[in-house]
Design a protein around this ligand. Structure first.
Ligand SMILES: [Zn+2]
Ligand SMILES: [Zn+2]
Length: 347
């Protein structure tokens, strides 16, 4: 069986690996699709906290159950061979102060498949604890469903924002996360959604998923302030542009991952005077099952969001393309023999 392996910082190989064997309450999944995101580049570059090499990457995964360990076919989440599934990559210790106070996403011993010390899904087959495996409907597109993991992050993001009918929402960044946060905004009560991206090509995707107001600069928009401003870029320029656009009493959310040592400037007086809230959001907290439900109810237009698929052998090419900011969501499909362009490059 073939697998992508991050052997050490900056070292990417494709290697032969033994077939996985499921332990108690584990299943083996034949991988359908694995999304590539910024986290994968941070892991390979040695910038992700706690990564243990060698590691098989891949944390945004779907597939088909092909083997069950003892007990995986029993209990509330009982699984069967042939089930199509999406996999929550997070494992938590259940014992630390943060786990015991309902903040498992901030667990002090947090382990993410493909990012910390458990192997991920960029291989032909992989094991996962049954508790992390969510069954999909047979008619759900198992490849597009690899967007469920980032959608679960977006839903946690919205869990931390106000749900007020009639709010105006501004999103920075028309990549996968920005597109998901923007598509969820009307579901959370937004009267309007505006999306900003300095790259006009990315705004084409925003149009295709139905985001009405799209600009390369927020200064061009038809309003000056918004109730909720969400940064999905991690770019300091975007953050410094966006925070002053929060209306009095509004909320600014850091969703994008800024460099760990970066700082941004804002006016503490303004935050005090206008009661602006600044909130973060980190990964998934009890939102994976809801992400499956939202995906299967059609809350997200997935098809325009995925542009290219890659074989395991072409994984390095996928990472190069991601770093160059080309394409839309890039997926690895470890059991397909050819890499494909699903949507033409609009350039
Ligand atoms: Zn990701
Ligand atoms: Zn914990």
């Amino acid at each position: 069986m073939r697998a992508v392996v991050f052997a050490a910082v900056g070292e990417l190989t494709v290697a032969e690996r033994p077939e996985p064997v499921p332990g108690p309450r584990e299943v083996v999944i034949e991988t359908a699709a694995v999304g590539i995101c910024g986290t994968d580049t941070h892991v390979l570059d040695g910038e992700f906290e706690g990564t243990v090499f060698p590691l098989v990457p891949g944390h945004e995964a779907t597939g088909t159950v092909v083997a069950l360990g003892p007990g995986a076919d029993q209990g509330p989440g009982a699984l069967a061979v042939g089930d199509h599934v999406a996999v929550n990559p997070s494992s938590t210790c259940g014992e630390c102060d943060l786990c015991l106070t309902g903040r498992q996403n901030l667990c002090r011993a947090w382990n993410g498949m493909g990012v910390v010390r458990a192997d991920g899904a960029a291989q032909q087959r992989f094991t996962a604890p049954a508790a992390n495996v969510f069954k999909l409907r047979p008619d759900t597109d198992v490849f597009e469903a690899a967007l469920i993991e980032p959608l679960a992050c977006a839903i946690h993001g919205w869990d931390l924002l106000p749900r007020r009918m009639g709010d105006h929402v501004l999103v920075y960044g028309s990549g996968t996360m920005g597109l998901l946060m923007a598509q969820l905004a009307p579901r959370a009560g937004a009267a309007s959604v505006t999306i900003i991206d300095v790259n006009p090509d990315r705004l084409v995707t925003a149009a295709e998923v139905g985001i009405e107001h799209r600009y390369t600069s927020a200064g061009d928009a038809d309003r000056a302030e918004w109730d909720v401003v969400i940064d999905c870029t991690g770019s300091i320029a975007a953050i410094e542009d966006g925070l002053p656009r929060v209306m009095a009493g509004g909320v600014f959310q850091h969703f994008g991952v800024a460099p760990a040592d970066a700082t941004a400037r804002y006016s503490p007086f303004r935050v005090y005077r206008d009661e602006v809230s600044v909130v973060g959001t980190m990964a998934v907290l009890n939102s994976f099952g809801r992400a499956v439900a939202m995906f299967e109810t059609g809350a997200i237009k997935a098809q325009p969001m995925i542009s290219h698929t890659f074989t395991l052998e072409d994984y390095a090419q996928a990472l190069r393309m991601f770093r160059a900011g080309q394409g839309r969501k890039l997926q690895v499909r470890p059991n397909q023999d050819t890499s494909q362009t699903l949507l033409g490059q609009r350039r």
